[in-house]
Design a protein around this ligand. Structure first.
Ligand SMILES: Cc1cc2nc3c(=O)[nH]c(=O)nc-3n(C[C@H](O)[C@H](O)[C@H](O)COP(=O)(O)OP(=O)(O)OC[C@H]3O[C@@H](n4cnc5c(N)ncnc54)[C@H](O)[C@@H]3O)c2cc1C
Length: 394
């Protein structure tokens, strides 16, 4: 059997690996010219963690993961206003949690994908039918396949070509991420995920193994426009937050090295049509509010491969995959939207309430309640043994 996978991000790489385990012939295309160096820290937990463990990836992910001991919030004078030990959150979700930079997660997946991505190649056309699919790429070349998987992210071209437009649900926030070098800030951040304790906008800092600092930002706005150069917007929005923020803004890298996008979810009534299926953010982006997009991309790849192995036809597998997986991601999306005001307080009252809630999380038992409310019970049997190709184990 032959598959085309569009996008060599987290979901596409995981999909390629799982299909290779089923002995499928996989063509993996990625429009970027090479592996991505920029990124942000991903808190990796939930069903994708379990899927990665079963695929034998846990030791490599642990090796690449960052060292975070605490999540802490600081006011503009640099005073610590709230914080929780990472261990406490980990305990709350049964201990399966790693903080890993997105390029490092992609590296670990690439090492085991079993197929080399064809970089600099985008999807340009799709001729889809009940018996097969032909992909045309941006260089004019074509590949015929039994299945095309669109793992090309929230602005998926595959989705647009096959299903049309209108599936993106903006959540009234913009996010940015970049990496910079400032030893003094690195020392201030220490082994923490350190965030500003602020209303309507927030900047978070992680110290990286190589001594640099990874920054992530999120702010409220009704705008749907993505600036070509995000630097003026970032300076204007975050310029008066105090603490180490001015140093980060002074060290902003070139525009093309800054990730900037809407915070949005993708909602579709169905993810498949004939021989095309969309997966990961392309199909069901949950947004950084739910904090499980990477995890759900990887778990989705495992479930899809499990269905392809179990069902006699591709059509049957896609239907079964959607039946199993859609309720899970819909629930995660709902939880993500519900948590928006905790993630980014819209008022001083909410900010205060968040500080109190974080204090309460230090109490054993309460941490478990909060963690599972936030992320879904990690011990929920989302992935049964039979759903996974799971590396060598059947
Ligand atoms: C600031 C931030 C923080 C986050 N934090 C977390 C977190 O803590 N935990 C978590 O689990 N998730 C987190 N996420 C979400 C997570 O990053 C995404 O859900 C995840 O990256 C989705 O992976 P994906 O492979 O489906 O899509 P993407 O990562 O978007 O990858 C899509 C790939 O397809 C390629 N592509 C696009 N168009 C084409 C085309 N036409 N042809 C060929 N290739 C194409 C792209 O270049 C890209 O490589 C966060 C997201 C953001 C923005």
């Amino acid at each position: 059997m032959k598959a085309v996978v569009v996008g060599a991000g987290i979901t596409g790489l995981a999909t390629a690996a799982r299909l290779r385990e089923l002995d499928w012939d996989v063509t993996l295309v990625e429009k970027a010219p090479g592996p991505r160096a920029q990124g942000y820290m991903i808190d990796f937990f939930g069903p994708g963690y379990e899927a990665a463990r079963r695929a034998g990836l846990e030791p490599r992910l642990t090796e690449l993961a960052g060292n975070v001991e605490e999540v802490a919030y600081f006011d503009r004078a640099g005073r610590r206003r709230a914080g929780i030990a990472y261990e406490s959150f980990k305990e709350g979700i049964d201990g399966d949690l790693l903080s890993i930079m997105r390029p490092d997660l992609e590296l670990a997946l690439r090492e085991t994908a079993g197929v080399e991505p064809r970089y600099g190649l985008g999807i340009a056309g799709i001729d889809n039918g009940p018996d097969g699919v032909t992909a045309t790429f941006t260089d004019g070349s074509r590949v015929e396949a039994d299945l095309l998987v669109g793992a090309d992210g929230i602005h998926s071209r595959t989705r647009e070509l096959v299903f049309g437009t209108g599936f993106i649900r903006p959540l009234g926030l913009h996010t940015a991420a970049f990496i910079f070098d400032d030893p003094q800030v690195r020392e201030t951040v220490g082994p923490r995920f350190a965030l500003t304790d602020s209303v309507d906008r927030e900047m978070g800092f992680y110290g990286l193994r190589d001594g640099r600092v990874a920054v992530f930002t999120v702010h409220r706005t009704d705008s749907l426009d993505i600036p070509a150069d995000p630097r003026p917007t970032l300076r204007e929005t975050y310029g008066d937050l105090g603490w180490i923020v001015p140093r980060a803004l002074a060290a902003l890298p070139a525009a093309e090295e800054i990730y900037y996008d809407l915070v949005a979810q993708v909602e579709m009534p169905s993810w498949h049509r004939d021989r095309v299926v969309v997966l990961g953010d392309a199909a069901y982006a949950v947004s950084l509010l739910a904090g499980q997009g990477a995890s759900l991309g990887i778990a989705g790849a495992h479930l899809l491969a499990g269905a392809l192995r179990a069902e006699p036809t591709v059509a049957g597998a896609l239907t079964e995959f959607e039946r199993r997986w859609m309720p899970v991601v819909t629930e995660r999306q709902r939880r993500g939207r519900q948590g928006a005001e905790w993630f980014l307080p819209p008022s001083r009252g909410r900010l205060f309430a968040r500080r109190m809630a974080i204090k309460a999380m230090a109490i054993p038992g309460i941490n478990r309640m909060f963690s599972t409310a936030l992320v879904g019970k990690s011990h929920e049997p989302v992935l049964g043994a039979a759903d996974l190709t799971g590396g060598k184990a059947a």
